[in-house]
Design a protein around this ligand. Structure first.
Ligand SMILES: [Ca+2]
Ligand SMILES: [Ca+2]
Length: 186
C-alpha cells in the first residue's frame, strides 16, 4: 500500500497509534478525514448533529479535563471505542486490550455516567443521564423511581452507588458490541 502508507508516515507516531488502538489503515484514514472535518466545522456544529441525547458527553470524552483542543492521537483513541469488536484478531499477551474490546467499550460507557471520575456512578450521576435521555417524556418522580430501581438492582455491595464491576454485571446480558459499534468504522 505504497501511496497511502507514505501519507500516513507524515503523521507523527502514526504506527504507534495504530498499534495501540488496534486500528487498521482504512480506519486510520477515516479518522484523519473526520478529524479534519471536525477542525473545519468545530465541535459545536457536531454537537448539533449528535442525535444522541448524551452526545455532548461523548464529545466531552475527547477532551481531558482542562484541555481545549483535541490532538489527533487522542481523537483516534476515543473514536476507536466505537469500532466493532474484532472476534478473530490475535494479539500478543503483553499487548494492551484494544479500545474496541467489550471491556473497554463498557469502561467508556461507564465514564459517560461517572462524570466526577471517582469510579462510581452515584444516584445523582445516574439521574443526570436519565434526565438527559428521558427528560421530556417522564415526570421527575418517575425519573427518581427509575434511578432508584436501577441502583437497587445493580448495587450488589449496598453502598448506594454503582461500581464498574456492578455496572458490568448488570449489563452482562446486553450485547455491548452491537450497541456501541459504528459499522463504517470497521
Ligand atoms: Ca462518580
Ligand atoms: Ca455498589
Amino acid at each position: 500500500m505504497g501511496s497511502s502508507s507514505s501519507s500516513i508516515d507524515n503523521i507523527p507516531n502514526a504506527q504507534e497509534i495504530m498499534q495501540e488502538t488496534g486500528c487498521e489503515l482504512r480506519f486510520f484514514g477515516f479518522s484523519c478525514l473526520f478529524f479534519l472535518l471536525r477542525r473545519a466545522t468545530d465541535f459545536e456544529a457536531l454537537r448539533e448533529l449528535a442525535m444522541n441525547p448524551i452526545g455532548d458527553r461523548i464529545i466531552g470524552a475527547f477532551f481531558s479535563p482542562g484541555q481545549e483542543r483535541v490532538d489527533f492521537p487522542s481523537f483516534v483513541q476515543v473514536l476507536a471505542h466505537f469500532r466493532p469488536t474484532d472476534t478473530n484478531r490475535t494479539r500478543g499477551g503483553t499487548q494492551q486490550e484494544p479500545a474496541n474490546s467489550s471491556t473497554r467499550k463498557l469502561k467508556f460507557a461507564f465514564q459517560l455516567y461517572d462524570q466526577d471520575r471517582d469510579g462510581k456512578i452515584s444516584r445523582a450521576e445516574l439521574l443526570e443521564v436519565l434526565r438527559a435521555m428521558l427528560g421530556l417524556q417522564v415526570t421527575e418522580e418517575q425519573l427518581q423511581s427509575i434511578a432508584e430501581r436501577a441502583i437497587q438492582e445493580a448495587d450488589l455491595d449496598k453502598d448506594n452507588a454503582i461500581s464498574f464491576d456492578e455496572f458490568r454485571k448488570s449489563l452482562e446480558k446486553v450485547n455491548i458490541d452491537h450497541k456501541m459499534s459504528i459499522r463504517f468504522l470497521r
